[in-house]
Design a protein around this ligand. Structure first.
Ligand SMILES: Cc1cc2nc3c(=O)[nH]c(=O)nc-3n(C[C@H](O)[C@H](O)[C@H](O)COP(=O)(O)OP(=O)(O)OC[C@H]3O[C@@H](n4cnc5c(N)ncnc54)[C@H](O)[C@@H]3O)c2cc1C
Length: 373
């Protein structure tokens, strides 16, 4: 550790990365009375937060890690409260709807595999895991426009969706209104642990803070080792399509298709191992569209108006890392691949843990030591 040097810019706590994760944690830290500064790379950045599908999704999350199912469901329960706070504080309606969701299957085999997975999860949760297997007739009671190739679906009443761009805006606005500072002045290139606190090197000069939270998405990979943490993250691309507006027909989100508040239809999404390429390809867009039109034949007559690619932030097992540095107390890592779903968890219990060092969560399950062989 180096001795503390004079630093012109100071904060109680610096969050590195102002995407959905950093902003949600930031709001929760402000609620705990901390003066928070977010240091972000700026507009050139890779941002999963601008390219996601908007699901607040519960069913199937944590099939191989029951603690993940627990925190996912907790976050879903906390979402209405956070949505209300954002609405009250900014006037922005994030269009949260949690009336349940369907995961449609196009084969009996796929449907049976999902049912088996959810039955296992229900067993792990001591029976307290609501879901239902639906046949096509039952699916059409929810969505009359489901096509004849749909064999059925799994339904979970805890699933929902929201408008992710409005969410990003609402989080940013509330954070700023509450006195938070966001510096979009470029990459944090180096974090130096000091005798007390940390020094963060940025293009506008050094910042000094008592605590530092790494919420930099894929950028955590390089930053974590500087404060005694490890973030073995890889990008995974998802391509998403948007159609022109159409008469509302889809009143529940599905795993691959959802209708937005503006009545466009959002169709997703691929899972591609292509490194840091966030572009789109005709071949993958065609595959995504073909699957969606088999589910909902009415989509065949619609024009596509937009498409994009964005990079998921994946750990080797797909689960989050929530960890405090034991080598450099005051440094934390918060990273996950479902930052919409887990937003309320991050604003609530995760921020409380960082602010107070008291914990109500099964955090041991999310320590990066699980990746050590
Ligand atoms: C196609 C797709 C669909 C998705 N669908 C869903 C969904 O339906 N539901 C769901 O829950 N999740 C979904 N996700 C995941 C969700 O979008 C992400 O989990 C979430 O956006 C992650 O937010 P983040 O803040 O960690 O990362 P990011 O949004 O990537 O933000 C990280 C920020 O850190 C900054 N940064 C990085 N390095 C540095 C540095 N060195 N210095 C300063 N700043 C730095 C960047 O500028 C960036 O602004 C989806 C993702 C994709 C790609």
């Amino acid at each position: 550790m180096q001795a503390t040097s004079h630093a012109a810019r100071t904060a109680d706590l610096c969050l590195v990365g102002g995407g959905l994760v950093g902003l949600a944690v930031g709001l929760g830290l402000q609620r705990n009375g901390l003066k928070v500064t977010i240091l972000d790379e700026g507009d050139i950045a890779l941002r999963a937060s601008r390219g996601n599908f908007g699901l607040v999704w519960v069913q199937g999350k944590g099939d191989t890690l029951p603690d993940y199912a627990t925190v996912t469901r907790l976050s879903a329960r906390l979402w209405p409260q956070l949505a209300q706070r954002l609405q009250d504080g900014t006037g922005i309606d994030i269009e949260l709807q949690q009336r349940g969701g369907l995961y449609l299957s196009l084969s009996e085999q796929e449907l049976s595999a999902r049912e088996a997975m959810l039955l296992k999860m229900q067993h792990q949760a001591g029976g307290e895991y609501p879901f239902q297997r639906l046949d096509l007739k039952q699916v059409r009671e929810f969505i009359p426009q489901a096509g004849p190739e749909v064999t059925g679906a799994t339904w979970c009443p805890e699933d929902g969706h929201l408008n992710p761009l409005r969410l990003l805006r609402a989080l940013t606005e509330l954070f700023l209104r509450q006195g938070g500072q966001i510096r979009n002045s470029g990459r944090v290139s180096r974090i130096t642990p000091l005798t007390t606190g940390f020094r963060l090197a940025t293009p506008e000069g050094d910042w000094h803070c008592d605590k530092v939270v790494l919420s930099a998405g894929l950028g955590n990979r390089d930053l974590a080792p500087q404060v005694g943490l490890s973030a073995p993250l890889v990008p995974n691309r998802g391509q998403v399509l948007i159609t022109e507006r159409v008469q509302p027909f889809l009143h529940y989100p599905t795993g691959h298709v959802r209708q937005t508040g503006e009545s466009t239809v959002q169709i997703g999404d691929s899972k591609e191992d292509v490194g840091f390429d966030s572009g789109t390809t005709t071949e993958v867009m065609a595959q995504i569209a073909a699957r969606a039109t088999r589910m909902f034949p009415l989509l065949r007559d619609l024009r596509m108006v937009r498409a994009w690619g964005a990079l998921r932030i994946m750990t080797p097992d797909g689960y989050p890392i929530y960890q405090a540095s034991s080598q450099y107390p005051g440094a934390y890592l918060v990273t996950c691949h479902s930052g919409v779903t887990l937003g309320a968890l991050h604003e609530g219990p995760i921020a409380n843990w960082i602010a107070t060092d008291t914990n109500t969560l099964p955090l041991e399950a999310f320590h990066a030591r699980r990746f050590e062989s």
